[in-house]
Design a protein around this ligand. Structure first.
Ligand code: BV8
Length: 248
C-alpha cells in the first residue's frame, strides 16, 4: 500500500479537538488492509461462483447447510491468518480521546476485539461464535463427528455461525445501542463501508438528522458521499493514524 501524503481538512481537526461525543461505524473496508476480502470483491477459488448474498441467508442454510458451513469455515481460515491493521489500532487509541465513544461494526471478523477495542457494538454478529440453529444459544464445544455442519450436543439440530444473515433481524440490544450512538454523537465516522446494507446504512442519516457531522473514510465514492460533511478518500489504515497523530 503506497503511503500517500494525507491532507486532513484543518477545520475537521479543529472540530475533533473541541467535541466530546463520537460514533464510528466500520465495514469490510477497514479489514481490507488486513487481507480480509470485502463483501463486494470477487471471492477466490471455490467460492468465486457464489454471491455472498446467496450464501448468507437462512434459505441457503436450510437448502444446503453443509455448503454454507464450509463457506464460513473457509472465511474463518482466511481471517485467522489476518492481523488487525493500523486502522483497527488507531480506533483503539481514538476510544480514549472522547468521553463518549461508540464503535459500531458491521464486520464479523473479530479484528476490532483482537486489536484491543473494548466497547464494540457488533451489528451482524461474529464469525468465530457458533450457535444452535434451533435454540439460538451459543455453543462453545461439540463432539467431533463427520457431520457437516456439526450438531448441537443438546438438541442435535445443526450448528451455525452466530452471524446475522440477510432477512434476519439484527440483535435488538446491539441495534438499539447503535441507534442511541447515532442520535447523540457530534461526529459520526463511516469507515470502509459501501453504506448499502440496511438498517446499518440508515444510521449516518439519523446522525445527520440529529445535528452531527458525518465523516466518510473510503478510497471510493459511495451512496453516503454526497451527504457526508467530509469525504476522506484514503485507505483507513493510512488516514486514521494521521488523524490520531493530529489529535494527540
Ligand atoms: C434486517 C453477516 C429486518 C453475514 C451481513 C431496507 C431497505 C432495503 C433492504 C432492506 C431493508 N431492510 C432490510 C433489507 C434487506 C437487507 C439489505 O439491506 N439488503 C441489501 C442488499 C439492500 N438487510 C437485511 O436483511 C438485514 N436484516 O434488516 O432485519 C428484516 C427482517 C426480515 C425481513 C426484512 C427485514 C440484515 C443485514 C445483515 C446481513 N449480514 N453480514 C456474513 O458476513 O456472512 S452483511 C455483510 O455485508 C457485512 O456484514 C456488511 O454489513 C455487508 C457488506 O457491506 P460493507 O461492510 O460495506 O462491505 P462492502 O464490501 O460492501 O464495501 C466495502 C467498502 O470498503 C467499499 O466501499 C470499499 O470502497 C471500501 N474500502 C476498501 N478498502 C478500503 C476501504 N475503505 C477504507 N479503507 C480501505 N483500505
Amino acid at each position: 500500500m503506497s503511503i500517500q501524503p494525507i491532507d486532513l481538512p484543518p477545520e475537521l481537526v479543529k472540530t475533533l479537538k473541541a467535541i466530546h461525543r463520537v460514533a464510528v461505524m466500520t465495514g469490510a473496508g477497514i479489514s481490507a488492509e488486513s487481507g480480509v476480502p470485502t463483501f463486494r470483491e470477487a471471492q477466490t477459488g471455490l467460492w468465486s461462483q457464489y454471491d455472498p448474498q446467496d450464501l448468507a441467508t437462512p434459505e441457503a442454510f436450510d437448502q444446503n447447510p453443509g455448503l454454507v458451513w464450509e463457506w464460513y469455515a473457509w472465511r474463518r481460515g482466511l481471517i485467522s491468518q489476518s492481523q488487525p491493521n493500523p486502522g483497527h489500532l488507531a480506533l483503539v487509541q481514538m476510544e480514549n480521546l472522547f468521553s463518549q465513544f461508540d464503535l459500531i461494526t458491521q464486520n464479523v471478523d473479530g479484528l476490532h476485539r483482537r486489536a484491543g477495542s473494548q466497547k464494540i457494538i457488533e451489528l451482524h454478529g461474529e464469525i468465530f461464535r457458533t450457535k444452535c440453529s434451533r435454540e439460538n444459544k451459543i455453543v462453545t464445544s461439540w463432539p467431533e463427528t463427520s457431520d457437516i455442519p456439526p450438531r448441537c450436543p443438546d438438541c442435535n439440530a445443526f450448528l451455525r455461525p452466530d452471524v446475522v444473515w440477510f432477512g434476519e433481524s439484527l440483535p435488538q440490544r446491539a441495534f438499539s445501542a447503535a441507534l442511541e450512538a447515532a442520535k447523540t454523537c457530534q461526529i459520526y465516522f463511516s469507515i470502509g463501508t459501501s453504506s448499502v446494507i440496511e438498517p446499518a446504512a440508515s444510521l449516518p442519516i439519523i446522525a445527520l438528522q440529529n445535528g452531527a457531522q458525518v465523516i466518510e473514510i473510503n478510497p471510493h465514492h459511495t451512496h453516503l458521499t454526497p451527504q457526508s460533511t467530509y469525504s476522506l478518500r484514503y485507505p483507513a489504515g493510512e488516514v486514521l493514524p494521521a488523524l490520531i497523530k493530529e489529535l494527540t
